[in-house]
Design a protein around this ligand. Structure first.
Ligand code: ATP
Ligand code: MG
Length: 425
């Protein structure tokens, strides 16, 4: 029997990489917390109809990417392909609107889409997203964009550009749709097959095609920006003005669209050129019609989702180094010494120090080599003599400087120790 491997399109995130994930999560928690966003955790599977209604049957996600199954009670369930539908369902189900004001929510977790796996494109992947429910104000659009910008910048992400568009409201789009169909009709046979299918069903999505010939045809297609009514124009103008006030650079991209009726006004993406075809790190926009579509009260909303695999690939590419920092590496040899080292390590941890205890029982030379590689600035050494005297050798690994200190003193002089650790690092 062959070895069982992780399923196609899924991957293990090993400890060296998890450090990056933790860094991203920590930065996100901090930045979102400061902006009064609260975390929400919704189930990994939902009724299939939630996504059919919430994402739309005409989309790639619902049309061909969902992990849908029938459970033992004959219910059709689907592993969530994205986070917004679940968050909005929870918002409606728990009547969060009755708490008054604006609900600022964020989430993170695994999402599932049946796609062709490539770098930055998996079948199980992770998103971190925000949803602001209950505000139609263009400041909400600017706020969520500013928060994404802040997060990406705080993590040190470089070469990321913000593309911005407005898809107007459903009535603007009705006129635009007609103009698009009229424009594409003469090219019908030259469009890729997906786009041909979308021509009458969902022509806006053609603008989103990755096919080179279709993209070429799109170059001279009518622009949605010429079809925005006064209300939509004013909203879009204000979003742009706020971004300028915030010092956030953006590029207008009239091809950036979302094809469904409940998407309104702002659409945006943060893109990079360093991930091949998987260019979008973060995508978002306004969806004023979704809450109602899912049976809730009329609630304007705006949000985004970051693809965490893509973000982390970029951070790794940039050789952004994140690692966990040890304070002491503890080395011991001999039965009594090893028992003392175990207890000393545990007591130091309880004082707040990060300690790795060498469990190998090998010769001091080998243990000390591992201490050097551990990244800890200092090493605590207990041999027979130290065990007898209840002391420890404290060795600073960079300078090689060594001192003897009693184990009891080590545990009481923690402030001095902390100071020394800061000085050497
Ligand atoms: P794409 O055009 O790349 O398929 P999308 O429009 O399907 O993206 P969204 O549904 O807007 O993506 O999801 C938001 C973000 O989640 C994307 O910008 C991307 O960073 C990430 N993402 C989407 N699908 C995947 C996937 N299969 N694997 C990894 N990340 C993904
Ligand atoms: Mg996709």
């Amino acid at each position: 029997m062959g070895l069982i491997q992780a399923s196609r399109g899924t991957r293990d995130i090993l400890p060296d990489e998890v450090v990056y994930w933790q860094q991203v999560e920590t930065a996100a928690r901090q930045i979102l917390g400061r902006a009064a966003y609260r975390e929400i955790r919704t189930p990994i599977f939902e009724q299939t109809s939630l996504f059919e209604r919430g994402i739309g049957e005409a989309t790639d996600i619902v049309g061909k990417e969902m992990y849908t199954f029938v459970d033992r009670g004959e219910r059709s369930l689907t592993l969530r392909p994205e986070g917004t539908a679940g968050a909005v369902r929870a918002f409606i189900e728990h009547k969060l609107h009755t708490q008054g004001g604006v609900q600022r929510l964020w989430y993170t977790g695994a999402m599932f889409r049946y796609e062709r796996p490539q770098a930055g494109r998996q079948r199980q992947f992770h998103q971190l997203g925000v949803e602001v429910l209950g505000s139609a104000d263009p400041r909400a659009d600017a706020e969520v964009i500013a928060i994404a910008t802040d997060l990406l910048q705080t993590l040190g992400l470089k070469d990321c550009t913000l593309s911005l568009n407005s898809v107007g409201n459903p009535s603007d789009r009705q006129h635009y749709r007609e103009a698009l169909v009229a424009y594409f009709q003469p090219y019908q046979t030259q469009l890729d097959s997906d786009s041909q299918e979308r021509l009458y069903r969902n022509p806006l999505r053609i603008l989103d095609s990755k096919d080179p010939r279709t993209q070429e045809i799109c170059q001279t297609a009518p622009s949605i920006l010429d079809y925005l009514g006064p209300e939509s124009q004013s909203h879009f103008q204000r979003v742009q003005q706020y971004l300028t006030d915030l010092g956030i650079a953006y590029q207008l991209n009239p091809c950036l669209v979302r094809g469904l009726d409940y998407y309104t006004h702002t659409a945006f993406e943060f893109q990079t050129e360093n991930l091949g075809a998987q260019a979008t790190v973060c995508g978002g926009g306004r969806y004023d019609g979704l809450v109602q579509e899912l049976g809730g009260p009329e609630t304007p909303a705006v949000g985004w989702a970051i693809g965490l695999e893509r973000l982390i690939l970029l951070l790794q590419q940039q050789a952004q180094v994140f690692s966990t920092q040890l304070d002491f590496y503890v080395v011991a040899r001999g039965e009594v010494a090893e028992a003392q080292a175990l207890c000393l390590a545990q007591k130091l941890r309880q004082q707040g120090f990060a300690i790795e205890l060498d469990l190998s029982g090998s010769a001091f030379g080998k243990q000390l080599k591992r201490a050097d590689r551990s990244g800890a600035p200092a090493c605590l050494i207990i041999g027979d003599a130290e065990a007898e005297a209840k002391t420890v050798q404290l060795k600073w690994l960079k300078s090689g400087q060594q001192q003897v200190i009693s184990q009891a003193d080590l545990l009481t002089q923690t402030e001095a120790l902390r100071q020394q650790l800061i000085t050497v690092s």
